[in-house]
Design a protein around this ligand. Structure first.
Ligand code: NAD
Length: 440
């Protein structure tokens, strides 16, 4: 099948590469000419484990190409995917649909015959119907079909998630129209059990994506709130989460207390979902609370850091380990570091940062920090280590060596990687984490 992918960001590029690996002939289109030029040279503009090799193989085998020319890319395509960004709109937090609507309009203008227009971008309920209207207004001569196919991949594990998804959700404009056959063909190589497909209507598919992300954000926020209480009562949130997670009805995932969720999806999707509720007169009070509490969690982390500095941050040297919103990605969108690091600098600290992949984006987003690639060197003469992203490189640090390098060995372990016992044994004067007893 010939497939066009519009947008080569984290989702569009991974989807395009994986679909070509299924054996489809995929042409990826982006309006960013510099990005397309790099892709054509086999350069992957983002950090996603395994993506470069998979992309190279499918390009070499002639199934994957990149262009800025939408008209040429659509020639003979059975399906075109829209995978452009849907960031938060300024002001009300709703999803900014201007990129999606522009892509739909451009597709309609460039198409020379019928095809299925599939929305992979995360879009609020009603958007796919709006896309159908745009298509028929622009090109009443072409009978486009529309499908909603939200994406659930996680950055850092995107290829595995795309190749072995828990489920594939497809919302259709007509139960047995051409979109169903085309979508079945797109995913046939996965040879999934029919059970893994959720065939539904457009509105339900759109709701599934937002409800899933809001639920996961709520789960993280729940354990973060429990963590705050654990600190007061002397309980250990890791033990609490383990005890909860072994219950099959709860499950262990997304029960790790930390500095608050961030990233390219949860913050914007919870805001957009809450706004959709308000627009329809149905207050999503739980989602509103999640958004609010998550901001407080980040502020609570700053209080912890200040306490470890005896409430005098000015003049301290602070080494931050990890600034991307999670490990194995270079994505910095709405990372907790973007709140915490500027606050430390604003309070007068000298901040050093180590992150295996965060520097490219981080140099622009975190002005005023000093970058290093070695945690031990970055700890030399420092007053505090803040462990903010649990990259593997930071999970097995020689704590003794780290403590010995510092001026005053103190640590804010905001991902609960180590323990107070380990820190004490290594010579740290003070240690704090999230939802567990600290000292110092
Ligand atoms: P991104 O910002 O990384 O990439 C978007 C790309 O689209 C950019 O390269 C941009 O140049 C291109 N683009 C914009 N308008 C275009 C147009 N008219 N024609 C051609 N190209 C155009 O975005 P992303 O992180 O890949 O997210 C895309 C969508 O997928 C969003 O709706 C997001 O919510 C959703 N999503 C993201 C993830 C994730 O982990 N990043 C996971 C699931 C779903």
């Amino acid at each position: 099948m010939r497939i066009t992918m519009v947008g080569t960001g984290y989702v569009g590029l991974v989807s395009g590469v994986c679909l070509s690996d299924f054996g489809h002939e995929v042409v990826c289109v982006d309006r960013d000419a510099a990005k397309v030029a790099r892709l054509r040279h086999g350069e992957v503009p983002i950090y996603e484990p395994g993506l470069d090799a998979l992309m190279a193989r499918n390009m070499a085998e002639g199934r994957l190409s990149f262009t800025t020319d939408l008209r040429a890319a659509l020639e003979g395509a059975g399906a075109v995917f829209i995978a452009v960004g849907t960031p938060s709109r300024r002001g009300d937090g709703h999803a900014d649909l201007s990129f999606v609507e522009a892509a739909a309009r451009e597709i309609a203008q460039a198409a020379s015959g019928p095809m299925v227009v599939v929305t992979k971008s995360t879009v609020p309920v009603g958007t796919n119907r709006a896309i159908a209207r745009i298509l028929s207004e622009e090109r009443p001569d072409i009978p486009f079909a529309v499908a909603s196919n939200p994406e659930f991949l996680r950055e850092g594990a995107a290829i595995g998630d795309f190749m072995r998804p828990d489920r594939i959700v497809v919302g259709l404009d007509a139960p047995d129209g051409p979109a169903r056959a085309a979508m079945a063909e797109v995913y046939r190589p996965l040879a999934l059990r029919e059970l893994s497909f959720v065939w539904t209507d457009l509105e339900s598919a759109e709701m599934i994506k937002y409800a899933s992300n809001a639920f996961l954000a709520a789960k993280v926020t729940f354990i973060n709130e429990v963590a705050a209480l654990c600190e007061r009562v002397g309980a250990d949130v890791k033990a609490v989460a383990r005890g909860m997670g072994l219950d099959g009805r709860i499950g262990p995932k997304f029960l790790h207390a930390g500095p608050g969720y961030g990233g390219s999806c949860f913050p914007k999707d919870t805001r957009a979902f809450a706004q959709t509720g308000r627009d329809h007169g149905v207050a999503l009070r739980l989602v509103e609370a999640v958004i609010d509490i998550n901001e407080q969690v980040k502020a609570r982390m700053l209080t912890k850091i200040a306490a470890l500095c005896d409430d005098r941050i000015a003049g301290r040297t602070i080494t931050v380990l990890g600034v991307t919103f999670k490990p194995d990605t270079d994505d910095m969108r709405e990372a907790p570091s973007l709140t915490i690091v500027p606050a430390l600098i604003g309070a007068g600290a000298a901040v050093r940062v180590v992150d295996p992949q965060g520097r490219r984006e981080g140099e622009r987003l975190l002005p005023g920090v000093t970058w290093d690639d070695d945690p031990y060197r970055a700890a030399e003469g420092a007053d505090l280590i803040v462990l903010l992203t649990e990259w593997n490189q930071f999970r097995a640090l020689d704590l003794r060596r780290l403590a010995a390098a510092m001026r005053e060995a103190r640590m804010a372990d905001l991902r609960n990687v180590y323990s107070a016992e380990e820190a004490r044994a290594a010579g740290f004067l003070a240690y704090d984490s999230v939802g567990r007893p600290g000292y110092g």
